[in-house]
Write a protein that binds this ligand. Structure first.
Ligand code: GRF
Length: 197
């Protein structure tokens, strides 16, 4: 049997997607292992989730660095010392340089709260409502140098209701994010597991 894929999860906030992935990775038949959390915000709620799950968490505060490159150099060190095979970005609100993303080509995936390529960037729910969109949703995709770009692995649609606010729509989308991310992870893990030595 091949060795489990070593997974790091990058986050900046409450970490509900990370928690969903952590629960998925804890299943014995899933060929991956959650070995490192990485937060760029010392106040992120997700740090407590790592502590409670007994998963090491590297808190690398981007504000402590003069340049994006220096910040990423420390992330790379943490990822290398944990011998990470795959990065899952889950609400990681920091742009990564093309050099970083290229280094992890096809080994870094992200979740975005829209049906990409629609609504790249921030405030996706409000923008969908402002446009009168009838359908909205989320996408898990391989990361590429351009923000919210890259091959889509899984998408989930949700209907937009006439009385939706950005918050009600976000709640409906988030429930689907928690379905989409484990599904996408399974697809990626299967590919990577077959490449492990
Ligand atoms: C999610 O909606 C994710 O798609 C977006 O930020 C939110 C993070 O939520 N990029 P959580 O921290 O995973 O709960």
């Amino acid at each position: 049997m091949s060795k489990p894929v070593r997974v790091a999860i990058l986050f900046s906030g409450r970490g509900s997607n990370m928690e969903t992935l952590a629960q998925h990775l804890a299943k014995p038949d899933v060929p991956g292992q959650f070995v490192l959390g990485v937060s760029n915000r010392p106040e992120a709620g997700g740090i407590g989730l790592c502590t409670r799950a007994n998963i090491p968490c590297a808190v690398i505060d981007h504000k402590a660095y003069d340049t994006r490159e220096d910040f990423e150099a420390d992330m790379q060190k943490a990822l290398a010392s944990a011998r990470i095979d795959l990065i899952c970005a889950a609400g990681f609100m920091r742009l990564l340089t093309p050099e970083f993303v290229t280094h992890w080509h096809n080994r870094i995936i992200n979740i975005h709260p829209s049906l990409l390529p629609a609504y790249k960037g921030l405030n996706t729910h409000k923008r969908a409502l402002d446009d009168g969109a009838k359908q909205h949703g989320c996408s898990v995709h391989y990361m590429r140098a351009e923000m919210d770009d890259g091959p889509v692995i899984v998408q989930k649609h949700v209907p937009v209701h006439a009385d939706d606010t950005p918050d009600t729509l976000a709640t409906r989308v988030l429930a689907q994010e928690h379905v989409a991310y484990p599904e996408a992870l399974d697809i990626v893990l299967e590919k990577l597991a077959s490449q492990q030595p």
